[in-house]
Write a protein that binds this ligand. Sequence first.
Ligand code: SF4
Ligand code: SF4
Length: 448
Amino acid sequence: MPLLEQIKDAGIVGCGGAGFPAHVKLNCTVEHLIINAAECEPLLRTDRWLMIHKAAEIITAVEMMAEMVKASHIHIALKETYRQEIQALESAIAERSSPVRLFQMKNFYPAGDEQIMVCDVTGRTVPPSGIPLDVGAVVSNLATAYSIYQASQGEPFTSKYLTVTGAVTSPCIVHAPLGTSFAECLKAAGGPAAAGCHVIAGGPLMGKCYSMQEAEKLVVTKTTSGFILVPDDAPLVLNHQIPVNVSLKRAKMSCIQCTYCTQMCPRYLTGHPLKPHMIMRKLAYAQSPEDILDDIHVKNAMICSECGLCETYACPMGLKPRQVNIYLKGLLRQKGFRYEKPLAAFRQLEERSYRRVPSRRIAARLGVDAYYDYHIEECQELMPEVVHIPLQQHIGAPSIPAVAAGDKVVAGQLIGSIPEKALGANIHASICGRVRSVSNSEIIICAE
Ligand code: SF4
Ligand code: SF4
């Protein structure tokens, strides 16, 4: 069976972002295949663990992917500080005399932003609202490449490696069946190391923040990269608790138009017309945000990647241009606005090379630098008694259940399929057992 079919059957989606179905993304012909191994969110260690422990499988998968998309340049982009990972990958490359090349990036945030990576590796700027394909590249996450290796061996996407770290007793990598609860993952890491914590699902910059009570509902999905426990009084948690109406008022009152948010914005530095300080200026003079939606600078909020550098690092007034942009994006979408990809070519700015923020500085600003140097070696294999498998773990339409309550299932069996003619991904049982219930949103399986 062709690899693309295997990827589709296995239900593989991008592991590093919103979960775009991989069989759609990789159905292309490109000059550059770039494997994103930067893992640029501080504290996450999953991709680094995979590079050390699954190097041969990853290089094999990358070669297969390159053949499929007919790429003449094959890169794994990672940070130059990943010495052990580089060594493991170089050994695997040498063993196979592989054409895969490592591209070593500086240790900055957001090195793993797809468009930033394309700019660094190829020197080309992806147009605003465009995709890497527009400049002859496709970017795939490292964990996705590992899943593709498994698919090539006939194994569907049923489990996830993820990092459990922060204020936990034993930070570790967890290998969990999809649908495993957050509580099981936390138990594997020895539980909280301190009283009064919040949980970040994902990375500290772009992840979502939950109270411990809210986190009880979280489960491992195809896009879960980690769970991070953070003390309640960390700046990271406090930032998440500022409501948007407060941010809008503060923007009006306190923006001093220093332009630092724009000067440090990674997308602006690749040559995009995004200028967050101009959006803040428009906001300051408007009666209400609805009044400024026709402004060209405000429309450019649509091309904000939501990386958070402006509010975490750049703004000296503690304002939140990212949150404002997210809010404006919502309003623009409600109005039916679509950002048209410009025809003009864009070029990165010269100052881009020296306006890069070290990852450790970001971690310090967020109050999580105490966990920055954790060396995570241990991997815990989880075998939960119950899994709650969401029918939507990807971009596109939810999967259609292919089982009913009471059915016996084996791990790897198809339990949710892609709706006809829709963008979506198959879903498989992650453990052997019996289906307890099927709803519009999830399938619950109990081990037997
Ligand atoms: S979040 Fe801020 S720094 Fe990041 S792309 Fe958007 S405006 Fe630029
Ligand atoms: S960095 Fe802060 S104060 Fe300066 S222009 Fe941007 S939002 Fe305003």
